[in-house]
Design a protein around this ligand. Sequence first.
Ligand code: MG
Length: 160
Amino acid sequence: MKIRIGHGYDAHKLAEGRRLVLCGVEIPHTLGLLGHSDADAAVHALMDALLGSLALGDIGMYFPPSDAAYKDADSVELLRLVYGIVKSNGYELGNADITIIAQAPKLAPYIEQMRTRLSDALNTESDNISVKATTEEKMGFTGSGEGIACHAVVTVTEII
Ligand code: MG
């Protein structure tokens, strides 16, 4: 069985008047992420990890910000499309591990909901989806609250 890995990274700026959506879950907060779509940096990192696992480029190639179709798009819907590309290339998800780096708000109460949302979208067991949150101890742009960053690592396995 062939196994491949992929990594993705994304960061978005926090701004007033925006919803905060991470891993497809809306989180009550005074600020939200700024971007063309819903700016779900965690799902963007996950999509880039999936594409990266098969050397299929990055989400900017498939969903260019210049395309009005993706304005305010639900990133989980884009994730379903990306996963379709992965499967049409003969691979399926093994597991995913996501790290969200945010000074605030506290994300622990939303982690299980995030895992459920992503495992539903990827048609897999929730124990194949790990979501973790950390701060950077008030250092850098996540620490100052300027933005939120996310990393994702996935394995994909050949569909036999
Ligand atoms: Mg992004």
